[in-house]
Unconditional design. Sequence first.
Length: 263
Amino acid sequence: MSIFNIPNIYDFQDYRDFLKAWFDYKKGTSDYWSYGLWARKLGLKTTSALTMVIKKDRHAGPKMVEKFLDYFELSSDSENYFKELVRLNKLTKDDPKLLVMLTENSGSEQSTKGDLVFQWLAYTIREMTHLKDFKPEWDFILSRLRPHVEISQIQDLLEKLVQKEILTSDYKVTNKVIAPEGAINPKEVQSYHDSLMELTKMALPVSPKERIFTSSTISIAKSDIEKAQKLIRDFQVEFGKLNESKPGDEVYLFNMQFFPLTK
């Protein structure tokens, strides 16, 4: 992206990347622009308060977020997207795989079919490297998978995961995660969820001792829908912490849906 193009908030999954892109844009169009000047325009007491956020040494607090919103004068939808990015970047410890839930708001028509973020098998292979008995071999990965896939798919994804430095050349996981690359096409988000639904149907014959299928049908006030969505997102973040401390024995898919049955 050229520094002379105004950054679009929907092109970002980390609000700090958006802030850095905005600074670069302003610097590219105004020689006098600096972090110090921007900090003064924002009403911040110190320049370091701004630079530490942009360098990802800390997150913006509620007061600073409001200062950014006043400065950018975003539309209502864009403002909500910015605030949600801040909230989820904090909750997810900057793990982009948990930010995909936001991308349906971006409205981009650009194709992202090559993006690993929409390939369930890419996530599965990455998580398999955490298994106690993991072997860096194509045949091992194929033998441990329940869904049928072609070995060529595994080979292709391993190559991409290494190219993007998500895995090392000997298939050890790095500190990088599978992240969206630019703006997201909502149709491809829907296609990704379709693939997860297919995996869910395939898991029906699995023993109930190994999986949980449960559901609730409820009536809910429109004013509580946003609260319900937040509860689900927060639970997903907490649930994801189960795999942080020790090697695993199996790779599981955790999939949630919450949608209207009436209109």
